[in-house]
Each structure stands twice: as structure tokens, then as C-alpha cells.
Design a protein around this ligand. Structure first.
Ligand code: FES
Length: 569
């Protein structure tokens, strides 16, 4: 079989000389250019992305497997996205990385690719970019950190940061204790070990069939993560020989499996946006409504933070995602193809569960409602998302007075002010934190409560915004309101004192203001200034889609394949 890399390395002419000769300066012998499959290893390693900082070692193990199977591995970097450091938000750059991935693959002599991802946005960015090329591709996640350990108990990435910082604000924890917890939380290589966005993404990858079985949960520090990397290297060579392209794996059934798996693991609301964007690239119709309808029948089976008690290390020892998919039974499509050449059903048949307190049976779930609810109404005509399993049941049906923050600066300036006119029955509203507004749709949706409310012992209130929320966070938080305020959505028109009704069971989000009054406010509304006159910010602002369409750039939706570009010399 002739692979696309042969167009570079095959010809016995001037151009072939140039392609081979310069590569040989790396010490590569002649036989590697004999027509064997070239495997790209797309690496998001960066010391600025601590969750992916062990990826050079992982890549080395992938290479072992590629060589062993008769392939030729070539590692290449793409822009990395570190959740904890990048400003204004990594989400602004997810689509940029996807472009980097897509064009890096297509422009180079690559026949198949192993995608190395870990921190939140690296996973969707790589899947989106690779899907637009549609070559054989396999994703290898970097694995979660070991459980955090602080003063004799387990603590989870993110989830306990939010808890501790609220405790400091309410006076329940000293600043000294708070600082002590830092090193205890992040004590090994890997990504956040709660069922936050990174772990949700890793579960999504496995449920989509894009990762080898057990890819989601093996800790980064566990030697089996490196054995899996070796096997991934072996397998991608076979995938190229079988021409098992991404579009053969990423079918509608695969997306349905992923939506249900996210519900079953109590996954992050961020999965909604990323999955919609990935489906858009590969050309499979998936809508926001699918999240509601497919997720409705799925209970949450996994007792992990932020909704539960355990962490990813425990999840792996309990059986990991194969045990969850087996438990889902008829709720998943057993005939969906996966990257190892077997169906999902074949992969998970007989997958054991070793700890029923971590992974519950379908007959006795951890929480009855695992799915994500999509609420609509005059405040979110194109939908908004809430995660019932992380919310307070008593607030799921509520009518309250709006306390409005025009943007994140306004919120930060006023939230700690004891004169803020707010009580626990109010509904906190944050505007201009959507894709265009911030820009980039940051994780500011789980607004911290005012100290004067926390001091009353109240830990949750309804919060509504066009922002996202960290997958490690919790609360009765309505997110991704679409259209966003900066695009002229009704969210922009809410004023202090307006009454808002949330009814999750009825899937309703209503701003109780007469339509005539809203029309008056709308005619006075002016769009905020674009964030920049130039560069990527401007491109993003002009082309980003709303949250209900995955917040991809409009011109990136779909795929262009991997046709070999013109010669460069
Ligand atoms: Fe990287 Fe959480 S900060 S996964």
C-alpha cells in the first residue's frame, strides 16, 4: 500500500533528496524512508501546561510502539493550552490550536497520528483539528494526577480550591492552612483528578471510541499509562494499514455513546460545547437538544468529585470507564467501532467493577439524574445548560429577584461589598462573559457568593450567565446562555430587580418582564466594543459561533480531508 508520506519520501529526484536529506540530520537511517507508514505524534507538551508536562516521556513510549509495529514516528509540537495560567481564557485559543493541528497534519508527510492531550482544551482542540483532516488518528490522554492528600484526607483539584477559598472568605479556614494545601493538591504529574473537564474529556474520548480501553483513568504516574502509550504506538500503525479513519469511528452512535457516558460519570458541562464542535468538524449532526434527550434516561453512576466523594485514581482501581460502559448496557451502542478495531461492546464485555462505592450499578445509581438539562425561554431562546447533579434540589424550581453584574469587573468590584442589595433568594446574573463578550467564554459562571451570604451558612444560590463553569465546580448554575449578552441576547436586557423564573423539570428559564418593556430596552442597547482591532482576537470576534453551536469559528466547521498539498520547492 502506498501512503501519503510516499509523496515526500518516495521520489528518487531532487525533491525526494531534499525531503530525506534534511531529515537524516536527526540520525535517521535509510530504511525508515522505505514507504512504511509515517506516524505523527502531535504533542501538547509545555512547561506552561503543567498537566501536560510529562508528555515527552509519554511520546517516547508511543515511539517504541510505532517502531515495534514497523512504522516511522515523528513527533511534532502544537500550541499548548494550560488552564491555570493562560489569560484571558484557554477557550479563546481552542479553535486556534485546532487550526494549528489541522494544518500541521495536512502540510506534512503524515499517514496517521497519535494525539497527546491532557489539560482541558487540549483534548477538544486536537480532536477538532484532526477530524478536519480525517486521517487515521488515536488519542492518548496524559492521565490524571494521583489523589491530593491534605491533613489526612483526600482533596480534589479545583473542587477543594473553591471550597477552601470560600472557607477563607467565611472565616472557617486560615490563610496559612490555605497555603499549606497547595503542594498537597498537585503532588504528581497529570491533569486534574476530579471529574472536572479534563477527566470528562478523557472519558468522552474513550466513549467516542477514539482512545484505547482504560485510556481515561490510568493515573499519569502509573507505569500502565506508559504501557498504554506503547500499545497506542503499535495500534496506530495497524490503523493506517486498515485505513481506519476518524470518520469511521466518529459516527452518530459514537457521539450518542459519549453523551450518555458524560451523564453516567457526572461529567463537566464543558463537554457540551466541545462535543458539538467536534461533531461539527466531522459532519455528524449533534444538537444541544441531543444532550437533553439522550442524557435524560442516564443516571450518574460514578461517585466522584465534584458531585461525589472519590477521585480518578479510585475510579481507575474500581474499573474505570469500561466498567461504566458495560453497566450502561442497552443505553449505549455496543456496535460502535473504536480505534482498536473492535466495537465498544466487544471492548467492555465482562469489564469488571472492583468497588461498588465508586462505580454504582445501573439498578442502584449514585444519582438518578446524570444528564445535563437544557433550559429555554425568553432569557435563553437558543438554550442554556445546567448540571442537575451538581445543583441544590430546592433551587431547581425557583423565582427570584435579579442582582445584575454587567461584566466580570463589575462583579469583582461589588461582590464583597456588604452594602450589596442581595439575599439568598436572589438570582445572580452575570453578563458579557460569552464567546464574544469576554472574549473567549471563560469559566466565570460559578460566581462566588457574597461573604455576607456565606456567613449566614448559605452555600448555594441560582447564578445565570453566558459564561462556562469549571468542571470541578458545583452549584445551581445556569450556563452558556445563548445568544450571549454581547451578541444582543436577552441576557443583555436584564436589570436589577427583574424577576427570573427557573424550572429545571419544565426546562424553562423565564425573564418576567413584559415584551413591550424588553423591546424598549433592546432599542437602547449598544453592543460592547470589540476586544481588539487586530490579530487573532479580531478574527475570533468576527467569526466565533454561539455556545449552542460549539463556539467554533464559522469557517472551521466541516472538514477538508488530507489531500497532499503542492510541492514547496
Ligand atoms: Fe489542567 Fe485542570 S488545570 S486539567
Amino acid at each position: 500500500m502506498k501512503f501519503r508520506s510516499a509523496a515526500w519520501f518516495g521520489p528518487a529526484d531532487r525533491d525526494g533528496f531534499i525531503h530525506r536529506s534534511w531529515m537524516k540530520n536527526q540520525g535517521l537511517p535509510d530504511h525508515l524512508f522505505d514507504g512504511r507508514p509515517v506516524i505523527g505524534i502531535c504533542n501538547t507538551w509545555s512547561e506552561l501546561t503543567p498537566c501536560n508536562s510529562h508528555f515527552r516521556r509519554i511520546a517516547d513510549h508511543v515511539k517504541r510502539g510505532v517502531y515495534e509495529a514497523g512504522g516511522f514516528p515523528l513527533e511534532f509540537p502544537v500550541m499548548s493550552l494550560g488552564e491555570t495560567l493562560m489569560r484571558p481564557t484557554t477557550m479563546l485559543f481552542r479553535n486556534l490550536v485546532s487550526m494549528d493541528v489541522e494544518e500541521s497534519i495536512r502540510a506534512n508527510p503524515i499517514d496517521g497520528v497519535v494525539l497527546l492531550a491532557g489539560c482541558d482544551k487540549t483534548t477538544p482542540a486536537l480532536l477538532m483539528g484532526a477530524a478536519s483532516c480525517d486521517l487515521p488518528a488515536l488519542m492518548l490522554s496524559g492521565g490524571p494526577m494521583l489523589n491530593g492528600k491534605f491533613r489526612g484526607r483526600d482533596i480534589g483539584s479545583g473542587t477543594d480550591v473553591w471550597k477552601f477559598s470560600e472557607d477563607v472568605r467565611s472565616g472557617a479556614m486560615t490563610m496559612c492552612e490555605f497555603m499549606d494545601a497547595e503542594a498537597c493538591m498537585s503532588r504528581s504529574a497529570g491533569h486534574c483528578m476530579t471529574m472536572g473537564t479534563a477527566s470528562t474529556m478523557a472519558c468522552m474520548v474513550e466513549a467516542l471510541g477514539m482512545g484505547l480501553p482504560s485510556n481515561a483513568a490510568i493515573p499519569a504516574a502509573d507505569s500502565r499509562r506508559y504501557a498504554l502509550a506503547h500499545l497506542a504506538g503499535r495500534r496506530i500503525v495497524a490503523m493506517v494499514n486498515e485505513d481506519l479513519r476518524m470518520s469511521k469511528v466518529l459516527t452518530r452512535k459514537a457521539f450518542e455513546n459519549a453523551i450518555r457516558a458524560v451523564g453516567a460519570v457526572g461529567g463537566s458541562t464543558n463537554a457540551v460545547i466541545h462535543l458539538l464542535a467536534i461533531a461539527g468538524r466531522v459532519g455528524v449532526k449533534v444538537t444541544l437538544e441531543d444532550w437533553d434527550t439522550l442524557g435524560r434516561a442516564v443516571p450518574c453512576l460514578v461517585n466522584l468529585m465534584p458531585s461525589g466523594k472519590y477521585l480518578m485514581e479510585d475510579f481507575y482501581y474500581a474499573g474505570g470507564l469500561p466498567a461504566v460502559m458495560r453497566e450502561l448496557g442497552d443505553l449505549s451502542h455496543g456496535d460502535a467501532m473504536t480505534v482498536n478495531g473492535k466495537t465498544m461492546g466487544e471492548n467492555v464485555a465482562g469489564a469488571p467493577c472492583y468497588d461498588r462505592d465508586v462505580i454504582k450499578p445501573l439498578s442502584d445509581p449514585f444519582k438518578a439524574d446524570g444528564g445535563l438539562a437544557v433550559v429555554r425561554g425568553n432569557l435563553s431562546p437558543n438554550g442554556a445548560v445546567i448540571k442537575p447533579s451538581a445543583a441544590t434540589p430546592a433551587l431547581m424550581k425557583h423565582r427570584g429577584r435579579a442582582v445584575v453584574f454587567e461584566n466580570i469587573d463589575d462583579f469583582r468590584a461589588r461582590i464583597d461589598d456588604d452594602s450589596l442589595d442581595i439575599d439568598p433568594s436572589c438570582v445572580m446574573v452575570l453578563k458579557n462573559c460569552g464567546p464574544r463578550g469576554y472574549p473567549g467564554m471563560p469559566e466565570t459562571g460559578n460566581m462566588p457568593l457574597p461573604p455576607k451570604i456565606l456567613k449566614q451558612g448559605v452555600t448555594d444560590m441560582i447564578r445565570i450567565s453566558d459564561a462556562r463553569m469549571s468542571g470541578t465546580a458545583y452549584g445551581t448554575v445556569v450556563l452558556h446562555v445563548s445568544p450571549e449578552a454581547a451578541a444582543g441576547g436577552a441576557l443583555a436586557l436584564v436589570k436589577n430587580g427583574d424577576m427570573i423564573e427557573l424550572d429545571v423539570a419544565a426546562r424553562r428559564l423565564h425573564l418576567d418582564v413584559p415584551e413591550t418593556e424588553l423591546a424598549t430596552r433592546r432599542s437602547a442597547w449598544k453592543p460592547p466594543q470589540p476586544p481588539s482591532e487586530r490579530g487573532y482576537y479580531q478574527l475570533y470576534h468576527q467569526h466565533v459561533l454561539q455556545a449552542d453551536r460549539g463556539a467554533d469559528l464559522d469557517f472551521l466547521v466541516g472538514k477538508s480531508g488530507a489531500e497532499i498539498p503542492k510541492e514547496c520547492h
